[in-house]
Design a protein around this ligand. Structure first.
Ligand code: FAD
Length: 441
């Protein structure tokens, strides 16, 4: 039995990132990963990050020719449901091979001093005087036990450590249910002609590169609830898009959390992070860098907590407050608003908005300066749409109520309690608001 400052469960993008950060600060870190080393990071081939994320998160800047690098692109387009109207958007995006990226980060974490054990699967917590003091995990040579000051759950959707917490320990131990996932199918396709990178909001589908060759694209489609729904949306996309025949190279399927995170991410000697804490972006389900926003805060707070010699809930609480102010409040806003919007708006209404450039124009979608004149013109166009029955009053009502709820939630999360004392009352208010938001249908 060994003793560590930190034990991290899961050696994929979140776990390895935190391990490297904390080892660089001089702490003893152990990571356990249930998969063999060669399988770590293989749940999918490619993921995207924006170029600026490399500096922001101090991850190695990879370039063409590096094994982790797959492609880069800047152009992107939003498309109307019929594929007739497009709006250009731009972001410098890099495609990375997940397996190679995870292997590189694991190497750097080890060089910084972290210990990574593969084929080691979390089984249960060890408690001393009612608080977590270590874990038991199975390995090919039998059950092992280690002690630590803090356990961090980075085990993804399985959330094995968070779900093993006793009721009332401080972090919700819910299972991420099947209808709380975004189901994604990626079809790697070779076309006869070049295709634009495009996103269709109505079917949550996109064309994104998987190489520098513009005739090779991933046709991605995502939907809440089930793969059957994804397949229906993918067929709908195929019927309107210009892609015609294509050679299907391979298909990947995957799921990503699509629900609110636990209200508190910390308890005595425990932190939930990454997909295990549902920290994915509410508009697209991506979670690699959004998890890093929280992990950077966790690393800072842990450093201060270790220096004080206290890692109880009260000391780690700052992670909740800082995370919500940095990202959680905005994610709550977008999640609430999108849930109401997606459930209410019809394809015809969306088409009308694209045709009349309502919201779907370069100024709104590229974070440009939206002037009062732009806002007034948008309202006038919406009123015109209602009077001609292109947009229903029911949809407008649902969208406005969604916007109201979204802003209420944002304000609530921005004012997350300073200490655990006021937390139960805060949770009651949050519960009421999330109940009104509901789930994506
Ligand atoms: C199709 C698809 C495309 C996506 N594209 C993007 C994208 O382009 N950009 C982006 O940012 N995000 C993307 N995402 C989301 C992203 O993949 C996840 O948010 C991210 O990988 C989560 O990382 P994680 O380390 O928290 O969890 P995971 O990647 O799920 O890793 C958890 C690790 O814990 C291990 N583990 C599980 N149980 C145990 C146990 N009992 N003991 C020990 N270890 C255990 C697992 O083996 C695994 O290695 C995509 C998701 C899907 C499905």
């Amino acid at each position: 039995m060994d003793s560590y400052d930190l034990i991290i469960v899961g050696a994929a993008t979140s776990g390895i990132y935190l391990a490297r950060k904390m080892a660089k600060k001089g702490y003893s870190v152990k990571v356990i990963e249930k998969l063999p080393e060669e399988k770590a990071g293989t749940k999918m081939d490619i993921f995207h990050v924006t170029r600026s994320d490399f500096n922001k998160f101090d991850i190695p800047c990879v370039h063409e020719g590096d094994p982790e690098w797959a492609f880069e692109f800047t152009d992107n387009h939003f498309s109307s449901p019929s594929n007739k109207y497009h709006v250009n958007t731009a972001a410098e995006t890099v495609g990375l091979h997940m397996k190679e990226y995870v292997a590189l980060m694991a190497k750097l974490a080890r060089e910084a001093g972290a210990e990574i054990v593969y084929e080691a699967s979390f089984k249960e917590f060890v408690f001393s005087d009612g608080v977590i003091s270590g874990i038991r995990y199975s390995t090919p040579s039998g059950l092992q036990e280690d002690r630590c000051r803090v356990v961090v759950d980075c085990s993804g959707i399985a959330s094995v450590a968070r779900r093993a917490l006793p009721n009332g320990y401080g972090v919700e131990n819910f299972r991420i249910e099947d209808d709380e996932l975004l189901y994604v199918i990626l079809r790697y396709a070779k076309f006869d002609k070049e295709q634009m990178n495009t996103f269709w909001l109505n079917t949550k589908s996109w064309y994104a590169p998987f190489s520098q060759n513009n005739t090779e694209k991933i046709i991605g489609t995502g939907a809440a609830c089930s793969y059957e729904k994804v397949e229906r949306d993918a067929a709908k996309l195929d019927s309107v898009s210009s892609h015609g025949e294509f050679e299907l190279i391979k298909t990947e399927k995957g799921v990503t959390p699509y629900r609110r995170p636990p209200y508190s991410l910390v308890a005595d000697n425990f932190i939930a992070a990454g997909d295990a804490a549902c920290l994915t972006k509410p508009d697209c389900g991506e979670g690699v860098t959004s998890s890093m926003v929280m992990l950077d805060i966790a690393a800072d707070v842990l450093h201060a907590a270790f220096s004080q010699g206290r890692t109880d809930k009260e000391t780690l609480w700052e992670i909740n407050r800082r995370y919500n102010r940095a990202q959680g409040a905005d994610f709550a806003l977008v999640r609430a608003f999108l849930t109401k919007l997606v459930n209410a708006v019809t394809d015809d209404e969306l088409e009308y908005c694209f045709r009349n450039r309502i919201i779907f124009n370069e100024t709104f979608l590229n974070n440009g300066d939206v002037t009062p004149k732009d806002a007034v013109q948008t309202v006038v166009k919406i009123i015109g749409g209602i009077s001609r029955k292109d947009i229903s009053l029911k949809t407008i009502g649902a969208v406005l109520s969604g916007a109201g709820l979204a802003f209420e939630l944002r304000t609530l999360y921005m004012n997350f309690p300073k200490s655990p004392d006021a937390y139960p009352v805060w949770v009651q208010t949050a519960e009421k608001l999330w109940k009104k938001v509901g789930k994506v249908k």
